[in-house]
Design a protein. Structure first.
Lengths: 361, 361
């Protein structure tokens, strides 16, 4: 086994999810990530924690979804599993990122609605989403499998304490702020309130790699238009150049240059899918290339992202309404050129450089 | 996908576990059996049933068990999963049947004790144990992988209705009988009561392939000695020539020519592991070779098997005590030569041929 896999597992168990004796842990991994699952089992045994090992198989999910009639129910056994769990570790990675490319957006939306209680339960636990460097994601990134392994394992073994300190400066700016305005080129100019909503510092806990600060917009405060100029993969389909227009927080207009129907399916999942659940600012400069993988791309230093759908409970203050949805889909704006982030009228980032970084003008 | 895999899946879903709309199903498969899992997911989607897909990984189990300190607890999340499930499908098969060969018998026994409530819960459901024709089991059988595939898929797609009728004749003989005596060569002569205990006809439901009739001995009635002259694999170790001596139902003496410590570990799991939980008579003549795999070997036509440990609840009559244990380990006696089965003093099988078959003398 590559020794970096054991390091990866240690980071998950000790840093991301703080596993302790007696913890009931659910592990969900694709078959290709069996080495990582083995390393995790070894650590859980050592810590006195109890694993349940799910096979995260996109081939099986696709077969199930395509054969169904879209009349899904919440599976009581799966819900019970997560209700009784203390922690959840899920790895992405598989031989073919397009494996679910022929599942209809309507089916995916119906399934996510039925799975909503399971999703909510998972988010109540200590959880970590990570990546195994599989051939499918290497191909998506246009990299050899070995180069992609280096990329992934370098990214997950960052000095997370230093990263936490770097990001804390941006958390300070956003925490207690009122209005955030994001402008980029001619097609992005959006304002939103974050008043009363805490900003979280993601340094490799829920996401591994981490590297962003994020909060929830006040639900009905979002106004303006956004051109998400970086693409995203969603169930094996690339959505390019998504554009959203907001009034009173709600998406009232949308388009995409490619796979617009997939974007429509996302927005039609439920009413909450038409509101933003997250504003995130990428701050991980060790992720130095775009790999068509949101787990990494949204953390890149010169980007902001917004997610339609569910807001994380701990990013919503007690006075504010939490946006709830079965969806949570992140979309990215490249802030490298002709772009500014303003907080309460002050420019805090220009062309990707933060106010507290060298080179800010 | 080999079309026989879809046939295998159909047999599991429609014949073995009778899956219906709304059923919550747990599937547990090794990675190599992903095709079978995909075929099962397709059928569950079609039927309106809900899958949870566990990865049955011996590498992960081994890593967990070896790293632990043998102080196991029953995992609440796994128990909850099975409590809420309606059906359970588990496939054996992996690249290396010796994968757990370096886990100590004491660790295995301690783990099985902790998992006992989960095992009990599983047995309360509709369940099916089957085999995927993996390279590891092919090697164990001394067969090429392709020849082993043919062997497995021929065995699971038997005409189960005809098999049921064939076996029903032996069920008639045992149901309502009192004493069963089994003699083979000089080293096996054991008597036991089956009075009041129902005999079940296994035609491919809980076991796929099926092909036996079985009941539970009355717990304290077993007297005599048995030489299990066919070997068994247990957690990657071959136990050869196990010998057990019974008094008042209890194993009071045991030995094995090879891996006796594994046998000792089994018997020491708990008090119930020293009593028989099952008497089975193999009746599947389509399984025409010994493959060192109990799921097949115990069904062979010229054999009987006895299991130390847990008795299946539906093989124990209301008047009788059920033997309970975290273990259930089948061991086989070859009845092909110099052997008889007597029921209430009447010979019902001689040298492998039943009284209702051609060639009985």
């Amino acid at each position: 086994m590559d020794p970096r896999i054991r390091t990866h597992a240690e980071t998950i168990v000790d840093h991301s999810t703080s596993i302790e004796s007696g913890d009931d842990v659910v592990i969900s991994m694709p078959a290709v990530a069996e080495d990582l699952a083995v390393a995790l089992h070894e650590l859980l045994g050592d810590r006195g924690a109890n694993p349940v090992y799910l096979h995260n198989s996109e081939r099986a999910s696709r077969a199930f979804l395509r054969a169904s009639d879209d009349d899904f129910e919440t599976p009581a056994h799966q819900l019970a599993l997560f209700e009784e769990a203390d922690a959840f570790v899920i790895a992405r990675g598989g031989p073919n990122v397009s494996e679910q490319g022929d599942v209809s957006p309507e089916t995916n939306a119906a399934y996510r609605r039925a799975m909503r209680p399971v999703l909510d339960e998972r988010l109540e636990k200590r959880w970590c989403l990570t990546q195994f460097p599989s051939s499918g994601h290497a191909q998506l990134a246009g990299m050899s499998t070995e180069a992609y392994e280096n990329f992934v394992w370098d990214a997950v073994t960052l000095d997370w304490e230093a990263q936490r300190e770097h990001q804390a400066r941006m958390v300070e700016i956003l925490d207690g702020a009122n209005e955030v305005r994001i402008r980029s080129g001619d097609e992005t100019d959006v304002t939103m309130s974050v008043a009363g909503n805490p900003t979280l510092n993601d340094y490799g806990e829920h996401n591994l790699p981490g590297g962003e600060v994020f909060t929830a917009p006040v639900k009905e405060s979002v106004e303006g238009y956004v051109h998400f100029d970086l693409p995203l993969y969603r169930k094996g389909k690339e959505i390019e150049d998504a554009r959203l227009r907001f009034e009173d927080g709600r998406v009232v207009g949308h388009s995409a240059e490619r796979n617009e129907d997939v974007l429509t399916g996302i927005l039609d999942t439920d009413e909450g899918a038409r509101y933003l659940g997250e504003l995130g600012i990428g701050m991980n400069r060790s992720i130095d290339q775009f790999t068509y993988n949101m787990l990494f791309d949204e953390k890149m230093g010169d980007t902001v992202h917004m997610a339609v759908g569910n807001a994380y409970a701990d990013t919503v203050g007690e006075e504010n309404e939490r946006n709830e949805s079965a969806e949570h889909v992140d979309m990215i704006v490249d802030m490298g050129e002709d772009s500014v982030i303003e907080v309460d009228g002050e420019v805090v980032q220009r062309n990707g450089t933060f106010v507290f970084e060298d080179g800010f003008e």
